[in-house]
Design a protein around this ligand. Structure first.
Ligand code: SF4
Ligand code: SF4
Length: 201
């Protein structure tokens, strides 16, 4: 495994990111002019202390403490920064790579455990769904109208001439076979175990 050990790197952090498989070809991290366009439109920056311009600056400053900094987990990959950067940089991709390094180092494992609930919905329903654990937060943010929409969803779909939202059992079984064959199910098990590994730290 390509593990980044903090303080033991022969490459600069920016070079490690540029060479990563997840980085777009010609990612413009070395051209960042600190204009702040990414931060001005970043929804995570609006609601938290997270700042994509600052993340990029810390990478360019070779600040490897970023790997263990919880702040990198505030980005939710909307790609707004990616689409507005004037020099073809992507704080979003930078974050993805930093997170992978954190996972490889073990520090990021507790952070990914909650995502297993998304995988469970593929196994159970054959489609991606918001996990029940997040419902309380959504109710708080969107109010009772959101809950009513959930309750009325099947009726609304019928009115619009759409079919049922849930797939037939046979299709779910077929999807499960694909998920098994492609290694998704096994990988999901590993993500679930991250929760216990995180708890034992
Ligand atoms: S928009 Fe691009 S150039 Fe401007 S600060 Fe963000 S990453 Fe740097
Ligand atoms: S992808 Fe992340 S860093 Fe970029 S704008 Fe969205 S939340 Fe902000």
């Amino acid at each position: 495994m390509n593990t980044l050990k903090i303080g033991e790197n022969t490459f600069e952090l920016a070079q490690i990111i540029i060479k990563d498989l997840k980085a777009s070809e010609n990612i413009g991290i070395l051209k960042c002019i600190q204009c702040g366009m990414c931060t001005s439109l970043c929804p995570a920056a609006r609601h938290t202390d997270y700042d994509p311009r600052e993340i990029v600056k810390r990478v360019l400053d070779k600040d490897e403490s970023l790997i263990t900094d919880d702040i990198i987990w505030n980005c939710f990959y909307c790609y707004t920064c990616h689409s507005v950067c004037p020099v073809n940089n992507s704080a979003c991709e930078v974050n993805q790579i930093l997170r992978q390094k954190a996972i490889d180092n073990g520090k990021g494992k507790p952070k990914i455990a909650p995502f297993s609930a998304y995988g469970d919905s593929f196994l159970e329903y054959g489609l991606g769904a918001i996990p029940n654990d997040f419902f309380d937060h959504l109710l708080k943010d969107y109010g009772k109208e959101w809950l009513q929409l959930k309750v009325d969803l099947e009726d609304i779909r019928e009115e619009l001439g759409l079919g049922p939202i849930l797939l037939p059992e046979k299709d779910v079984n077929d999807i499960n076979k694909i998920l098994e064959k492609t290694g998704f199910t096994k990988r999901l098990e590993r993500v679930r175990r991250c929760k216990d590994e995180g708890n034992s730290r």
